[in-house]
Structures are given as structure tokens and as C-alpha cells.
Ligand binder design. Structure first.
Ligand code: BJW
Ligand code: ZN
Length: 239
């Protein structure tokens, strides 16, 4: 493990282009529940059954209750060592991009700026009917309404079956194709398109690295797999 950490550390050189993908595992140590772990349940519902447009259409009150709960939970969490290490890495590597699937905003709070939140943000709301979008950190009513048109607002996140925000996937693909090093950290590798990013990086020659507490479907396809907590391993790589 020590030798592998040293090899990966040597890859994180200021002359290289580095793209990082993060998932729920990097925020788990801050107390944010992951999606598919034991804690991926809210009341009796699986998070995956609520984070979808058909669930919101059928039961907007229930889905909003889930998001109100998560906003409150995340508001009480702090960025952890993994978030801080990635913010520090950005300062060391001129050609750096962090693509996160997380909607909690903890990377930005830790100081990451070259950041793409590919699944949106808990702190954004948008209208289900018009183009109104805004950042909102306040207390929302149970079923918030659009100030512009009066229709129901929805969380500004990307649900299953929905496309990413225009431009986000194109930017990610361009950067992955140019990357020298790609790291996938704390993600189960089950949700597309993020689950294919390692292939995009690899087909143009990047070295690929996974950091996760357990093996995932992509582990065998990576050049390096570091098994352990992101908050333990990342500070060692960046120190
Ligand atoms: C640690 C740790 C520690 C724990 N240290 N590690 C077949 C092929 C291709 C695509 C599809 C397909 N079938 C269906 C699809 C589409 C679908 C998809 O991928 N489904 C799969 C489940 C099969 N994808 C989509 O729908 C996407 N859109 C799309 O494809 O659009 C196409 C389109 C084009 C044009 C028009 C219309 C459509 C959108 C996906 C959106 C995902 N949204 C969510 C919810 C966001 C909002 C919210 O948060 O409420 O995003 S789902 C959920 O999963 C969330 C996450 O970002 C995402 C990924 O989860 P993540 O981060 O990997 O978390 P976990 O919990 O799964 O894993 C945690 C990991 O951490 C584990 O591995 C642990 O071991 C590890 N860990 N502690 C290190 N301390
Ligand atoms: Zn509206």
C-alpha cells in the first residue's frame, strides 16, 4: 500500500493534467449519508426511489420533504480531510479539474474553485414550468412556488433519466480526453455517465486511479486501486 501511495503521489506532478471525479464517499466522513450504502435510506424510502422525476411528479410533497431534510443535514456538516486535500491539490496543479457528483456543496466550502457539480446542487432551486433558477440557502416552504410564474419549484439537481446541464458533459469529456491522470474517489461506479469517465480518460492515455473503501465494478479496469478512506489517503497523496 505504501509503495502504491508513493507511485500515485509521484503522478500528481504540477506538469500533468489532472481530472478528479468524486462521489458520496468523500462526504461520508463529514456525516452525509451515501446513496447505496446501509445508510442510503430515508424513513422507509431508498434515496434512489426518490431522486427521480416520476417520484416528484407523483408525490412532490414527499420528495421535497426528503430534500428539506438533506438540506438541513448538510447545513450541519463540515468539509472533511478529503475535501480539504482536493482543494490543496487544485492549488498545486495548474491544469486541474474536479468533477463531483455530490450535490452537498462541501467541495466549494473547502475552497475548491475549478469545480463542476455535475448533478447540480441542493442549494439551487428551479422552476418546473419556466426558466427561473436561483441559489437558495434559506428555509423553504414545504412546497415552494416560483416567484415568477407561481408554479412549483424543484430542487436544482439531476435525477435519473434527466440529462446533465447543457455543456457540462461536453466540458467533462474534453478534459477527460486531455487528462494525464484521472482519479475516481468515493463513487460506486454504478451511475452513468460518470461511471464511464475512467474509460474516456484511459482511451486517450491517462493513468487511472481509484480510491474507495471497497472494490467497485471499475476497480479491475483502473491502473491503481487504493483501498481505504478518502480522508486518510488523500492527505497522504497531497502532503
Ligand atoms: C468511500 C467512503 C470513504 C464510502 N472513502 N470511499 C444503462 C446504461 C447507461 C445509462 C443508464 C442505463 N440505465 C439507466 C441509465 C441512466 C442512469 C443510470 O446511470 N442508471 C444506473 C443506476 C443504471 N443515468 C442517468 O439517468 C443520468 N442521466 C442520463 O443518463 O441522461 C441521459 C439523457 C440524455 C438526454 C435526454 C435525457 C437523458 C443522470 C444520473 C443522475 C444521478 N442522480 C443522483 C441524484 C442526484 C440528486 C440527489 O443527490 O438527490 O446522483 S443518483 C445518485 O447516484 C446521486 C449520486 O451523485 C450518484 C452516484 O452515487 P455515488 O456518488 O457513486 O454514491 P454511492 O452511494 O453509490 O457510492 C458511494 C461510494 O463511496 C461507495 O463505493 C463506497 O464504497 C464509497 N465510500 N465511504 C472512500 N470514507
Ligand atoms: Zn416559474
Amino acid at each position: 500500500m505504501r509503495a502504491k501511495i508513493e507511485m500515485v503521489k509521484a503522478l500528481l506532478d504540477p506538469g500533468r493534467r489532472v481530472v478528479v471525479l468524486t462521489g458520496a464517499g468523500v462526504s461520508a466522513e463529514s456525516g452525509v449519508p451515501t446513496f447505496r450504502g446501509r445508510d442510503g435510506l430515508w424513513k422507509t424510502h431508498r434515496a434512489e426511489d426518490l431522486a427521480r422525476p416520476d417520484a416528484f411528479a407523483a408525490r412532490p410533497g414527499l420528495v421535497w420533504e426528503f430534500y428539506h431534510w438533506r438540506r438541513g443535514l448538510v447545513a450541519g456538516c463540515e468539509p472533511g480531510p478529503a475535501h480539504h486535500a482536493l482543494a490543496a491539490l487544485e492549488r498545486q496543479i495548474p491544469n486541474f479539474l474536479l468533477i463531483t457528483q455530490n450535490v452537498d456543496g462541501l467541495h466549494a466550502r473547502a475552497g475548491s474553485r475549478k469545480l463542476v457539480e455535475m448533478h447540480g446542487s441542493l442549494w439551487q432551486v428551479r422552476c418546473t414550468a419556466c426558466t427561473h433558477v436561483r441559489e437558495d440557502h434559506g428555509d423553504l416552504p414545504p412546497l415552494p412556488e416560483c416567484p415568477a410564474c407561481g408554479h412549483l419549484l424543484r430542487p436544482g439537481v439531476v435525477w435519473f433519466g434527466e440529462p446533465l446541464t447543457p455543456g457540462v458533459l461536453r466540458l467533462a469529456v474534453e478534459e477527460l480526453h486531455r487528462a494525464d491522470v484521472f482519479l475516481a474517489i468515493g463513487t460506486s461506479g454504478l451511475v452513468q455517465p460518470a461511471a464511464s469517465f475512467h474509460q474516456l480518460a484511459r482511451e486517450r492515455g491517462a493513468v487511472t486511479v481509484e480510491i474507495n473503501v471497497e472494490a467497485t465494478p471499475v476497480t479491475g479496469l483502473m491502473d491503481f486501486a487504493l483501498h481505504g478512506r478518502a480522508g486518510d489517503i488523500l492527505p497522504e497523496l497531497v502532503a
